[in-house]
Design a protein around this ligand. Sequence first.
Ligand code: CA
Ligand code: CA
Length: 428
Amino acid sequence: MMLFLTVPTLAALCFLQLPLSSAQGCLSKRQVLSTIRQMQKLLSTQEAAQLQGMRNLKKQLTVLQSSVHKQATKRNDSCPHLAVPMNGRKLGRKALVGHEVHFLCDAGFHLVGSETRTCLDNRTWSGQQPFCKSINDCASNPCANGGTCVDGIERYTCLCPSGWSGSNCQSPVYSYWVTLSNSSFSRQPRCADNLLGSRQCSCDTGFQMKASGMCQDVDECQLFQSSWQTRICVHDCVNLPGSYRCICPQGYLLNTDLNTCNDVDECTNSQHNCSRGEICVNVFGGFRCVRPECPKPRHNTSYVKTSAFQCERNPCPMDSKACRTAANSISFHYLPLQSNRTVPRVLFKMSTTRFVGDSLRFAITGGRGHSIFAVQRSDRQTGELILTSPVAGPAVLEVELEMSEFARRVLLGKHIFRVMTFISQYEF
Ligand SMILES: [Ca+2]
Ligand SMILES: [Ca+2]
């Protein structure tokens, strides 16, 4: 900077002096020009060096800025973790600003919400968290009695017509049917005058002309439902103006034939209220919550649960009589059955896969109401539990069966089957 100020000043002084002094007192014109050129060259070089310096500095600042930005991105500039939708997948793991994740659903499900979400500058995700929805919860027509199925997020909802209630519109609202106005069962006939001048009248379907000239509803329920031979509904019948409707009791849905009733499987539809540790057993007209438990340890013998419905005996000293006579396994069996089923009926079969002896014996060893059961051998390795009398429900029957394995008349082991039969209130 000093040079920059000094050189032009010196040159200017010399030029000012030129007309006043002799050529010897100052530098010659040629020398001055040469000096100026040298000075100019020097200045250009300095200028270029300074510019280069500035550029380098600018570059370094840019590099520094970018590295600071990257570090900040690593630490803070990421969006919150996104959950993987149930029955679906998430593609893309990076949650940094500017990155995208994509969502897919498994077969049978469709995506509701954003298929792609981007991590925005403000560290939030664009769009909405998607979920995978079963393609159509209403596909199985779960709403009975003319209910309208509305496909929901997790499950469907039934919108029931007047006179019906329940999650599947399966329950009749009796007060509604009773209060149906009597007048709607009686209508004016439809009449037309023909060309001959006489009047012809007729009634709508389901109505018949009465002597009064009015059309009266046919009470199909009274006509047909009372007799077993002509029954039109498997359960109950409600007379309607011009028609009738079959109704099913709680726990059943009217079949598409509009006559029979189908049991609702509360266990697979998650309509049960069994607590943790209990197992839901679907039965006709309802469900049961069961808790199969192994016997308590006793006289050197104890059992361990090997599956939800099976207990196996732990190793025990065979010199102890309690150990030798204790069953090797105890299994639990829950059977739904309709009321008044025809007999004899095979309810249950038992056999062993690890048969090492030479004979198997089957016996009923206990249980409530076991007098209506019998056991018989169906082949060398299989025994059958047979119901011998019809049972009117509702009822719960318990029977304990024993299968003993012998080799040369020596007991090798035995297996206990605890069978519980749930008999419905109705014959369906
Ligand atoms: Ca009717
Ligand atoms: Ca059921």
